[in-house]
Design a protein. Structure first.
Length: 730
């Protein structure tokens, strides 16, 4: 009703279109024909909308033409078509601009009927769209032979309507280069859900592939290096969960027996866990760039427990956040044990020097006391010493003898004990021989069992000292068992020992090395030794028993070390103790060697006019001079070698026939003095009295040594040597 009687063109047609519509109406009058077209009109709200018109002319009279017009609102479809055109234009411009290229494959009845390549194909393949149009198989022929089967299978799967992930393969460019391309295809289905074709985009990924291959080679090299590391390598996340381990770390942490992703914090002992967590926290808080922590692994990973040194470095992401940690783990158990052994050895060496020094000074005091006793007896000679005096002197003499024995034990611990008389000993026979003596030391509730091997076991040593060792250990076992029923087992054997095996033993490292050793084990079922005491048992004077017990195992260690052996003690509280002694094995044909306390040789010389006594202790030298003088010897005493040598060079009526060298100097000083005496060509025998390790002296000095006397000694021992020498003088 709103448009009836109105000029439709002026009322409903937008101004730009009015002229065109009027022209169209004139044509319709002159040549009436049906018309189908689109043009805009205004709706009742004044909005411009597109309408598709179908105009059919009807000539009812000769002078008039009526037109029947049917209009359809196509406003939304027009907008959509416009957007499609704009999108197609934009898509076309993009395809022409990018180096990747798009292709379209048309499929009819399961066959490829057309393939269209965008212009970008030339930048990737070197071929133009026209080249592909001329040769329908060019897309396959340019594929490297080794990759063609994969490409064909890929295309066939797409034609069957099976979606495929992108495929990467090689092609030959037109210029002969080999390039890697990535083909991503999307299947197109028609209204019947049949494959109508597929679209794809080809991208040159040569740079990416080469970079990936380089990265793979680098990672493989890195992994091989990491796997071959002797040290353990572990990667953990921020919570401590292990994300990677190499073989060494897997063995070190015992991960073969644990769950797949354990937490590193759970694999260390409780006492060290906080230390490890704190170190990582400091790195997280940027207080330090790295940390080094020593941790003891828990019993779940290793038994006995191992100690590892963990070097911790952060793994930093691209955004500068700490994503985890790299941990390089070194097993330092042996290093720690070796350090403990070195400290223990230094401690024992210090104690040995201290004990040796005390023993030397103490022995000098005893010798002064002994000298005065000898002088008292000499003053009364040839009469008897009064009984009331001799009783006191005998008590003093007894105390001196006991103190002298203690000095010998102290010197033995210090490595300066009495000489070891070295003779070949068959260990099994030796043990059988002392069995009655051992049985006499045990109680009725204790059983002594010998488990001896059937083959002879030869060692070199002093039978008397070895008997003292066995008796001492068995006596300790008897005390450990106490009033309870128990047993003591003595075993023998022979094994090859490596340096690593010997590291568990206490020994003088300068006298022991890898090789074959004879074993002597003494095991008891006693109370055992508490762990806190086990490391102290070889310390001098250490004892949990009553005061005045003496040196105990420290003296035993001294004897064993003098035999070039080693000792180890294994003990578990309330179960028992095992003492393992090892000695260098000697074959049955080995040559015997005997080192006696007094040895030497001398060609007979004329009458002895004087004895030259060189003693660095003036008071002791005075006592020895008086004692020897009381026995009829003419003694000249000097307190240093220089003055003694000056005397030897003088030409006077005094002829020196014997030199007594009584010194407490270190071993190197003893050698120096002997060397100076030997270089003088005095042809005078020497009696050497010292606390140094005389058996280590070079054999070249045997030519001038008449005798070697180990301190501590009684003056009577010295006079006995001199008296024997005196008898050889014409």
């Amino acid at each position: 009703n709103d448009i009836l009687g109105k000029d439709f063109i002026n009322f409903a047609i937008p101004a730009p279109w009015q002229k065109t519509i009027r022209k169209y109406i004139k044509q319709m009058y002159s040549n009436p024909q049906p018309y189908l077209g689109n043009h805009p009109i205004f709706n009742s709200r004044g909005e411009e909308i597109y309408v598709r018109w179908l105009d059919v002319p009807v000539k009812l009279t000769e002078d008039k033409v009526w037109v029947v017009s049917i209009g359809e609102n196509i406003q939304e479809r027009t907008k959509l078509e416009r957007k499609i055109r704009e999108s197609e234009e934009r898509y076309k411009r993009m395809l022409e601009a990018v180096t990747d290229y798009v292709f379209h494959v048309v499929i009819q009845n399961g066959e490829v009927v057309e393939t269209v390549h965008s212009p970008g194909c030339e930048s990737v393949t070197g071929y133009t769209p026209e080249d592909f149009k001329k040769d329908p198989y060019l897309w396959l022929n340019m594929v490297v032979e080794e990759d063609r089967d994969r490409v064909i299978n890929y295309a066939n799967a797409l034609m069957r309507g099976e979606p495929q992930p992108p495929i990467t393969h090689r092609i030959y460019r037109k210029d002969g280069q080999i390039r890697w391309i990535k083909n991503t295809a999307v299947i197109i289905f028609d209204e019947n859900n049949k494959v109508a074709g597929y679209d794809g985009i080809i991208r040159d990924v040569t740079g990416e592939v080469l970079a990936y291959e380089k990265l793979q080679r680098s990672e493989e090299l890195y992994r091989n290096i990491v796997e071959q590391l002797v040290e353990g390598y572990v990667r953990i996340d921020i919570s401590g969960r292990i994300t990677f381990v190499n073989k060494s770390a897997s063995m070190m942490l015992g991960l073969g027996t644990l769950h797949s992703s354990p937490n590193l914090f759970e694999l260390v002992v409780d006492s060290d866990r906080e230390k490890l967590v704190s170190a990582i926290s400091r790195i997280v808080n940027r207080e330090c760039k790295s940390e080094v922590v020593e941790c003891e692994l828990s019993e779940k990973t290793y038994s006995p427990r191992e100690i590892v040194e963990c070097s911790i470095l952060p793994i930093v992401s691209a955004s500068d956040h700490i994503a985890g940690f790299s941990v390089l783990m070194r097993n330092i158990t042996e290093r720690k044990r070796e350090l403990e052994r070195m400290l223990d050895l230094q401690k024992k060496e210090s104690l040995a020097n201290l004990v040796g020094g005390i023993a030397h000074d103490f022995n000098n005091l005893l010798m002064v006391m002994q000298g005065h006793i000898d002088l008292i007896f000499a003053d009364y000679y040839p009469q008897q010493v009064p009984k009331e005096i001799s009783e006191h002197l005998n008590e003093i003499q007894s105390a001196i003898n006991k103190a002298g024995d203690l000095c010998k034990q102290m010197m033995l611990y210090a490595g300066k004990g009495v000489f070891v008389k070295r003779e070949r000993i068959e260990l099994n026979e030796f043990l059988r021989k002392i069995t009655p003596l051992l049985n006499a030391t045990i109680t009725r509730k204790i059983t002594l069992n010998l488990e001896l091997v059937d083959v002879p076991l030869w060692i070199e040593g002093d039978e008397l000292l070895l008997r003292q060792v066995v008796l001492g250990i068995v006596a300790n076992s008897v005390e450990a068992i106490g009033d309870k029923t128990g047993q003591i087992i003595i075993r023998t054997g022979e094994h090859l020992y490596t340096e690593a095996m010997l590291s568990d033993f206490l020994a003088d490292n300068s006298m022991i090395g890898a090789g074959k050793y004879v074993e002597l084990e003494i095991e008891d079922t006693g109370c055992g030794i508490p762990p806190e005491n086990l490391k102290k048992i070889f310390d001098p004077f250490f004892s949990t028993k009553f005061l005045g017990r003496g040196l105990g195992l420290s003296a035993i260690y001294g004897i064993v070390s003098r035999h070039k052996g080693a000792i180890k003690v294994e003990s578990e509280e309330n179960k028992g103790t095992k003492v393992i002694l090892i000695f260098p094995s000697k074959s049955e044909d080995d040559e015997e060697s005997n080192i006696a306390e007094v040895s030497g040789s001398l060609e007979k010389v004329g009458k002895v006019d004087s004895i030259l006594l060189i003693d660095d202790e003036r008071h002791l030298g005075s006592i020895i001079t008086r004692v020897l003088g009381s026995r009829g010897y003419n003694v000249i005493c000097k307190d240093n070698l220089e003055s003694a040598l000056s005397l030897l060079k003088e030409e006077d009526s005094c002829r020196i026939r014997l030199i007594v060298l009584d010194i407490g100097s270190p071993e190197q000083d003893v050698e120096k003095m002997l060397s100076q005496i030997q270089e003088g060509n005095y042809n005078i025998p020497v009696v050497l009295c010292t606390g140094s390790q005389i058996e280590n002296l070079p054999e070249e000095y045997d030519k001038i040594l008449l005798a070697k006397i180990r301190k501590p000694f009684l003056i009577s021992e010295l006079t006995e040597v001199i008296d024997q020498f005196w008898k050889t003088i014409d």
